[in-house]
Design a protein around this ligand. Sequence first.
Ligand code: HEC
Length: 184
Amino acid sequence: MRLIADANKFGLVAFMAAVLMMAAVASAEEDVIAIRQADMKAMAAAAKTISGMFKDSTTYKATEFKWAADTIRDRSGGVLSAHFASAADSRQSKAGPNILKERDRFDRIASDLRDYAVALDAAAQKNPGPMPASMRMRPGEAMGGGPFGTHVRNEHELSAMPAEHAFHLMLQTCTTCHTRFRME
Ligand code: HEC
């Protein structure tokens, strides 16, 4: 009798442990979703800060510009990719199911985003004073990444383009990824 009671107790404990573990997995998944959505919101706020300084260059402050660029840099690339590592089957998420199938493309866009953020950080470091004309797009400058889309072709090309141009290409990586990988 005693043995059976113990066995039952063990069974119950094992069952409870399994339930708890499943709950932990589910909440870890929801944590990742909450974190990546918060990261996206932080990047959107940072992009708005930078956009405001290009709209009115007298509001440019190198430290704030750099901080905003770093906010995006630190949430893109591998960090962003890792937040979408498994199929999150959650109603709270708008992540497309095609992310896992098109992993390379997703990761490349995330990495392009980081490259642009790094270029913007460098521009802020190079221009601690007022925003120089060299940071602005030249009138008539071709927008977009040409036939290759928004993909960063090489570092030299990126550092040679005005920061404002890099910024616009960066915003296109946001849109490109959302169009393909975010569900409405
Ligand atoms: C490589 C792909 C990718 C890139 C690049 C990307 N996003 Fe996202 N973004 C997503 C996905 C996927 C979601 C949906 C996430 C979810 O709901 O789990 C999302 C969601 C969002 C959201 C909604 C967050 C919420 O609260 O639900 C905002 C805002 C956002 N992104 C802004 C941006 C901005 C701004 C950029 C560029 C600076 C950017 N994203 C770049 C893939 C990307």
